[in-house]
Ligand binder design. Structure first.
Ligand SMILES: [Zn+2]
Length: 154
């Protein structure tokens, strides 16, 4: 119930007044990527690269330049395998601002052969199945930028 001339409604649970407002937020950010630049060079060649710690052999994806376990930045770049198994997914219906012009889509977490879990969009018209096989691929997003995504194999 809206109170007269005020942007206030009553909370359905406890009937206390709630202030209602709506505004657009523009989020801009810049992230230094010089330490993980090989990842972007890999995308240009259709490869998905990840840093592997030279000391403990842990692989980091999304890429990061320092191993939090060893506290060292000696990394070697490896190409990730493409086959993955879907662990979980969700359908995105309420989209962030930068995806407003797109239809509903799926985002999933899948495990690669290397034992790392990757979060990425699952490009499919059908509802994905947990446990199904996916392929990690390089593609272009709606702005023409190279990104990675999962595509069902079967
Ligand atoms: Zn390490």
């Amino acid at each position: 119930m809206r109170l007269e001339n005020l942007p206030i409604v009553k909370d359905e649970k406890d009937c206390l007044p709630l202030f209602i407002d709506q505004r657009e937020l523009i989020l801009k950010y810049q992230i230094p990527v010089s330490d993980i630049y090989p990842f972007f060079e890999g995308l240009k060649e259709g490869k998905i690269l990840a840093p592997k710690c030279s000391t403990c052999s842990r692989i980091y994806f999304p890429p990061q330049s320092v191993c939090p376990f060893c506290k060292k930045s000696e990394m070697q770049w490896i190409e990730l395998s493409r086959e993955a198994q879907l662990l979980a997914f969700t359908q995105i219906i309420v989209k962030p601002q930068s995806f407003q012009d797109e239809g509903d889509y799926y985002v999933g977490v899948a495990r690669l052969k290397e034992g790392i879990n990757v979060l990425a969009r699952v490009v499919t018209d059908k509802r994905p199945r947990v446990g199904s096989k996916l392929r990690l691929e390089v593609t272009k997003n709606n702005k023409g930028n190279l990104v990675y995504c999962f595509v069902p194999i079967d």
